[in-house]
Design a protein around this ligand. Structure first.
Ligand code: SAM
Ligand code: SF4
Length: 457
């Protein structure tokens, strides 16, 4: 890895030189757009860090960019369709500005059939690279700037790129990946194929990153991984170490896999004052047969045991989850098991998806007799029930004063501020922009199905 860094540093210098010749007036602008999950956004922050080191500035407007990078997602088909639509539109930009460099990276780009399609059909794209070679951006970009089309789906990296000063999207909340990849091979999921096996970052690297973020004034540290509780140096130990760092900040993490969610993890969350009392614990389905078909390696009963343990220790302990509706072969009765389960757990919020067939996964081979229209109906049925549960759950806070980390202004009304409670529930209230980035005390006056309304006390 050291050699790769050396080699890439050489390319960084070459690009700096090239930029000073081609862009003498003002630095070139890069537009980096993330289409995926928090991990994907975090990778983009690293890419932007590398680009800044090479002399690039940044723009939100792709029309004025000299370099466009789309960091893509492959988890569901509609994510891929959206990216292809966007790449198609870039043709006009490239026609107007032939020196524009267009790069496609991330989980979708890591798949060979996608890279082939881009190579053949989307000639405007100069650079395609997967999730394993972020550190090689300088070399790849140098070749693209010298009119070579670059396709790099190499899976050679066995270490995580460290030492890049990320350019972060938020000044309040920071994503800190603690691991890459996934070993679980849930039968519906493409992630293990496009992100490889789990590799954990060294605790000392994570701790020093968090210390720096806290000293820069970040108020929320979000630890990221496909399955954070299989962090190989011990996740509970890591939480405790981060919790002991001095400063006024909170800690969140996602996602946790139910098969590795132990009473010890719950105890750690409850004992660490900075760790939020909320667990995102994706169940996916409420039928044991479907869970087995999904290769999730837990039963509904195992799952409820951990929920009940947490609630026995702290009655208001908050859970959220991911649900897939319409896994191949799922019957309506099995779907109703999922409905039963959400009524038992009473989640504060849910991320719900209709099953999407991903080629190369085991589930893609299974017969699937239910139409997408039918699956869509099931999903809406489930959402209606979850909305009722959310509003009833949020009512537990009415009249209470809670601490909210303020993260921005309302979309349509700048006199409204938005933030999140410790349980990760959205809270809206009237306030002034100077409160953004601060913890404030808010009394809750109303519960809705997606958020709570409050007033500053
Ligand atoms: N590693 C995390 C976990 O297991 O909880 C989740 C990562 S995945 C990027 C996020 C969510 O996407 C999953 O929890 C699942 O609900 C959903 N998902 C993954 N593959 C899917 C598929 N083929 N169709 C629909 N939803 C899918
Ligand atoms: Fe996908 Fe399962 Fe890994 Fe999550 S744990 S990333 S759902 S394979």
């Amino acid at each position: 890895m050291i050699d790769i860094y050396k080699e890439q540093n050489g390319y960084k210098n070459k690009i700096k030189e090239l930029i000073s010749q081609r862009f003498a007036e003002s630095p070139p602008l890069a537009h980096v757009h993330s289409f995926g999950c928090q991990q994907n956004v975090s990778d983009s922050e690293k890419l932007k860090g590398l680009l800044a080191e090479m002399g690039y500035g940044f723009t939100d407007d792709q029309n004025e960019a000299d370099l466009i990078i789309y960091n893509t997602c492959a988890v569901r088909e509609n994510a891929e369709t959206k990216v292809f639509g966007n790449i198609g539109e870039l043709k006009h930009l490239k026609d107007k500005k032939p020196e524009l460099i267009i790069g496609i990276c991330g989980c979708m780009a890591q798949q060979e059939h996608i890279a082939e399609k881009i190579k053949k059909t989307y000639r405007q794209v100069d650079l395609v690279f997967g999730t394993f070679v972020l550190h090689s951006l300088p070399g790849m970009l140098y070749n693209a700037l010298n009119n070579q089309r670059v396709f790099n789906l190499s899976q050679s990296s066995t270490e995580i790129l460290e030492g890049v000063e990320k350019i972060r999207d938020s000044k309040i909340k920071a994503y800190v990946p603690i691991m890459n990849g996934c070993n679980n091979f849930c039968t519906y999921c493409i992630v293990p194929y496009v992100r490889g096996r789990e590799i954990s970052r060294k605790p000392e690297e994570i701790i020093s990153e968090v210390k720096k973020l806290v000293s820069q004034g970040y108020k929320e540290i979000m630890l990221l991984g496909q399955n954070v509780n299989s962090y190989s140096y011990g996740f509970s130990e890591l939480l405790r170490e981060i919790n002991s760092i001095d400063g006024d900040f909170i800690i969140r993490f996602m996602s946790s896999h139910p098969k590795d969610a132990t009473p010890q993890l719950i105890d750690t969350i409850l004992e660490c004052n900075k760790v939020c009392k909320h667990l995102h614990l994706p169940i996916q389905a409420g039928s044991n047969r479907i869970l087995k078909e999904m290769n999730r390696r837990y039963t509904v009963e195992d799952y409820l045991n951990i929920v009940n343990y947490a609630r026995s220790k702290k009655p208001g302990f908050s859970f959220s989850s991911d649900i897939i509706v319409g896994f191949p072969g799922e019957s309506y009765d099995e779907f109703l098991n999922t409905v039963d389960l959400i009524k038992k757990v009473r989640y504060d919020s849910l991320y719900t998806y209709v099953y999407s067939k991903r080629s190369g996964t085991k589930a893609a081979e299974l017969p699937d007799n239910i139409s997408d229209v039918q699956k869509g109906k099931w999903l809406r049925e489930l959402l209606l029930i979850q909305r009722e549960i959310s509003v009833e759950n949020f009512s537990r806070f009415i009249g209470k004063t809670i601490t909210v980390l303020v993260d921005g202004e309302g979309k349509d009304d700048s006199s409204i501020l938005t933030g999140r409670s410790n349980e990760n529930i959205i809270v809206e209230f009237v306030g002034t922009p100077d409160l953004i980035g601060r913890f404030v005390k808010v009394r809750i006056i109303k519960a809705m199905n997606w958020a709570m309304l409050g007033e500053i006390v």
